[in-house]
Design a protein around this ligand. Structure first.
Ligand SMILES: Cc1cc2nc3c(=O)[nH]c(=O)nc-3n(C[C@H](O)[C@H](O)[C@H](O)COP(=O)(O)OP(=O)(O)OC[C@H]3O[C@@H](n4cnc5c(N)ncnc54)[C@H](O)[C@@H]3O)c2cc1C
Length: 355
């Protein structure tokens, strides 16, 4: 079955900072909303006649017994402003079951050292990861480096203090603030120099088993480069990117120049057990082609950031413009983000059921 939208009721709204709320959600069918730490929900809502889909990471841990997301208001942002200003307890929201693979497994008998980096609202999945690791693995430790503009913008500040007390000695939180920190090491932005300084005097990277990074793209890239320079392997570092700059028409033009043969491609798209013949142009993404043929292909961000629209190409050549969420092994196995997948050959066979 393809992911569908299901109703949730908002049972609590907690303001964690002036411009961010934590929603507690109750599913009509809780079984559909069982999650793994670090996953996200895709909500849909219609604004002025246009349906928007937005992803929000689950911030509760797998053993907390609640489903919660944290939403930071973005200036002029449709869904985040709605959630922060209009949403009321008792309201209903539609969401798809949890998705995403921003996690490494937990194993109760092992003692691991985790290192998490979060920038601003990027704390949400990292909070779920750290809550779950601390509760599931009694011998593991977690160090969180959390970047914010100032003290008053720190989401979950009190919750993190409580967690430090609850998991005494196992959770370390390093706040790096752009303003309001006296100590140099903890002030400013997180770039490669800041990482190098932290790794020199505060965090021993050689002891870290898994690193999680979620925040603005430049920060994530700097941390990734620094962790690698300090000896971490690619497979030890996990990312979640909340937004990405959209590649526009130029990229599509480049694809058209590369594409072979006819301007159109005869695609065969399998969805929910049925295979459809879809004629598409070579500057159409597989997702666009599927939707324009009224196929209910799963999707959310349309920017290659989430993995909601993942499918497998079993035949034909294609180019994937942006990929911020599939792992290398998935790409090697033929998986694509269909919102970013453009045909090169004259035929293409795509299977959404192999998700
Ligand atoms: C996997 C994933 C997980 C995420 N998890 C979280 C989370 O846990 N918490 C969280 O807060 N966010 C999270 N996000 C980000 C979230 O999905 C939204 O992108 C964010 O909340 C903004 O959505 P919006 O509808 O409020 O803003 P949008 O309406 O999409 O607007 C975004 C920005 O674009 C500007 N804009 C909008 N329309 C136009 C236009 N026509 N011209 C020019 N500018 C325009 C707006 O002013 C605003 O600055 C996540 C994203 C991903 C991909």
């Amino acid at each position: 079955m393809m992911p569908q939208f299901h109703p949730l009721t908002v049972t609590d709204i907690h303001r964690t900072t002036r411009d961010a709320v934590v929603l507690t959600l109750k599913a009509d069918d809780p079984d559909l909303f069982r999650f793994t730490q670090g996953q996200y929900l895709t909500f849909r809502k219609t604004f002025d006649g246009t349906e928007l889909r937005r992803n929000y990471s689950i911030c509760s841990g797998v053993d907390d017994g609640v489903l919660q997301v944290g939403i930071k208001e973005v200036d002029g942002g449709a869904f985040s402003s709605f959630a922060n200003t209009d949403l009321k307890i008792g309201d209903r929201l539609d969401a798809m079951p949890p998705m995403g693979n921003f996690y490494a497994g937990t194993a109760p008998a092992t003692a691991k050292s985790y290192l998490g980096f979060a920038g601003g609202s990027g704390i949400t999945p990292v909070l779920s990861l750290l809550r779950s690791a601390l509760s599931r693995e009694p011998d593991s430790t977690f160090t969180l480096v959390y970047a914010n503009r100032a003290v008053h913008t720190i989401m979950f500040r009190e919750e993190l203090e409580d967690l430090k007390n609850r998991f005494m000695g196992r959770l370390t939180v390093v706040h790096v603030l752009e303003s309001g920190q006296d100590i140099d090491l903890f002030s400013g932005r997180i770039d490669q120099d800041k990482c190098a300084a932290l790794f020199k005097s505060w965090i021993n990277v050689s002891h870290i088993d898994v690193a999680y990074i979620c925040g603005p793209e430049p920060m994530m890239m700097a941390i990734n480069a620094s962790l690698k320079a300090h000896g971490m392997r690619k497979d030890q570092i996990k990312f979640e990117l909340f937004g990405a700059s959209q590649e526009g028409l130029l990229a599509r033009k480049a694809i058209r120049a590369k594409s072979k043969g006819a301007v159109s491609t005869a695609a065969r798209i399998t969805l929910d057990g049925t295979t459809h013949s879809v004629d598409m142009t070579k500057d159409q993404s597989v997702l666009e082609a599927a939707l324009s043929h009224n196929l209910e292909a799963p999707h959310a961000c349309r920017a290659g950031v989430c993995s909601t629209c993942k499918a497998k190409v079993t035949e034909g050549e294609f180019q994937m413009l942006i990929n911020h969420s599939l792992e290398d092994y998935e790409v090697e196995a033929g998986y694509v983000l269909t919102c970013q997948c453009y045909p090169i050959s004259d035929t293409l066979v795509v299977d959404y059921d192999q998700h």
